[in-house]
Write a protein that binds this ligand. Sequence first.
Ligand SMILES: *[C@@H]1O[C@H](CO)[C@@H](O)[C@H](O)[C@H]1NC(C)=O
Ligand SMILES: *[C@@H]1O[C@H](CO)[C@@H](O)[C@H](O)[C@H]1NC(C)=O
Ligand SMILES: *[C@@H]1O[C@H](CO)[C@@H](O)[C@H](O)[C@H]1NC(C)=O
Ligand SMILES: *[C@@H]1O[C@H](CO)[C@@H](O)[C@H](O)[C@H]1NC(C)=O
Length: 388
Amino acid sequence: MTVKKRSVASSAAASRRQIPAFVSKFVISLLIIFCFVAFCGLFSQFKLQSSSLPTGFYFDDFRLHDYYNPVKKIAFLFLVRDNLPLDFLWHNFFKNADPENFTIYIHSKPGFVFDESVTRSVFFYNRQLENSVEVGWGKPTMIEAEKLLFKAALDDPSNQIFVLLSDSCVPLYDFSHIYTYLMSSPRSFVDGFIDFKENRYNPEMSPDIPEDKWRKGSQWITLARKHAEMVAYDHVVFPIFEKHCKRRPLLDLSRGNESLKEQQQHNCIPDEHYVPTLLSMRGVEDELERRTLTYSLWNQSTETMNTQAWHPVTFGYASASQKHIQDIKDIDHIYFESENRTEWCGTKSSSGSCYLFARKFSRGAAMRLLTNGVVGPYDPNTMFQDLT
Ligand SMILES: *[C@@H]1O[C@H](CO)[C@@H](O)[C@H](O)[C@H]1NC(C)=O
Ligand SMILES: *[C@@H]1O[C@H](CO)[C@@H](O)[C@H](O)[C@H]1NC(C)=O
Ligand SMILES: *[C@@H]1O[C@H](CO)[C@@H](O)[C@H](O)[C@H]1NC(C)=O
Ligand SMILES: *[C@@H]1O[C@H](CO)[C@@H](O)[C@H](O)[C@H]1NC(C)=O
């Protein structure tokens, strides 16, 4: 009996000694299982995130950019053929600005240098990109140039807003008004709509660019830093555009069959589609004002339509009257016929006008804006002097 009892006792004692070991093994196993499950969960979440986006987007999200920065600048990005014909107007615009509040970048043809020999405005001296590319209008190189401008401007962490401008763009207000308007909203301004008329989507882009993400819009955009990064560092959508989005050359019968053959090529204008399509693919359309800040007037006469050469009307001196400019400033909404969508232009602190810039302006028209004080006080005697 006693033996049995002792053996019971001893086995009880043994199991009492074994409990801690068993428990700690159990706890360790639990921890391992927990870690494994947590890791799997995390991993599948990442996989989910990255699989809903084309690969390559994913890595750019880890850029360090949101650190605190007290100075908020607007980067003015000029995409020009060679020089800046309206430099005198922009000069007065920047002269009436706080130098702390803006930066300037110019993409011109390779080798073109902004110095005393091409402009009298010191604001543009040596502001051209040194890695610029030869741009073919309506070609993917146009987007490449845009991306280079955004990339250069992103190097300065104080740049928060990025305005893309052509060499025929003018400001419709003084700097202070434009600064307040742009800083009052965290949104980007990207015209982007579904186009049912022109068959620009090339089915060869599928499935990399889904057809329901295809957008059309004005090339002249204003981006917040986050969206500028998406455009500058995209290496996924751009190559598809390079391959499948090309402008069809005009029919030239003197070149015979070759020109006829080209007419079967899919027609696509890269700069009218790239940014709005990219941002719709990245799912950030609800972070955009879906309109451009740059006014342009399209000549819709049937005669111009037939030439296939759609260009905005160029404003001459006569059409840059105070009344006409005021009419443009008074536009407070834009209607998108293809989507039956109306965009009202009021932002938090602004009066509700849609446009801050306009194109295309001749030198004469820009001179009229200058003398009418559109971009701030103007004194012809000190125009290019007294910059401190
Ligand atoms: C420059 O930026 C500061 C700080 O954001 C702002 O208070 C000031 O009004 C800006 N100046 C102009 C001319 O817009
Ligand atoms: C153009 O094409 C037609 C028929 O396709 C052919 O008969 C003709 O020889 C071609 N002309 C040239 C210059 O290639
Ligand atoms: C539009 O184009 C037509 C034909 O080219 C021209 O006659 C007309 O003056 C143009 N309209 C404007 C506003 O420039
Ligand atoms: C456009 O939208 C408005 C209201 O949102 C609606 O009343 C109207 O019928 C629509 N028009 C067309 C052509 O769909």
